[in-house]
Design a protein around this ligand. Sequence first.
Ligand code: ATP
Length: 225
Amino acid sequence: MLTVGVTGGVGSGKTTVSKMFEEEGAYLIDADQIGRELIQPRSPAWKELLRVFGRTILQKNGTIDRSQLANLVFTNRRKRRLLNDILHPRIRREMMKKAREIARKDPQAIIIFDVPLLVETGFHREMDRVVVVTSKETQQIRRLKKRAGLKEEEARRILSSQWDIEKKVKVADFVIPNEGSLKQTRTCVREVFQELKNLLVRKNERSSVLSNPFKKVKPLRFSKA
Ligand code: ATP
């Protein structure tokens, strides 16, 4: 198994890139989707969120109103931390559980973790490799406006509340610029995927060396590029 975290700024194209990896043959685990599953009515996370934020975050049908919750924490750092403390460890555990299940069935799996806050939460340290997707600010704003129906200034406000992309690029093994056509991005994804396949072969070689206690050969180590 090779674990690969894919991250980037809001609207940068993380999901687009992650899906392209899936089309190349990787397995995909999406943090947002897991987050949504974890807060289903009467789940432990749902109960905890209600206890902390009150019933005002509920919709009539008993599900949590995610946009209401997002608004609630957007301007309040303490509440944002509370929300993150409830959700992130659970999302992380669930993602790792899913990855182990995949690896049990397919030990050669390359598993893509699509995680918006991969670096902010320190989750990138658990990944074999980190891919950061970059886009121009104007593109991110355009995509945000289109996707969420936001006004220009709202989109800018969300963007400015985020970590500087350079901080993420610093810990990246691969940077995929998603600033041109989808075709250009796909070419880049294919190149990176080939590198990941090569890495997996080397990782396997290393574990087979390690699994033989009689073979006095130093294990292969590859440093992050
Ligand atoms: P979010 O942070 O909101 O989850 P994201 O980083 O996952 O977003 P995507 O969902 O992949 O970004 O992309 C946002 C929108 O921009 C989508 O509608 C996607 O189809 C479009 N998009 C992404 N990359 C490109 C591209 N290179 N050319 C044209 N459209 C693109």
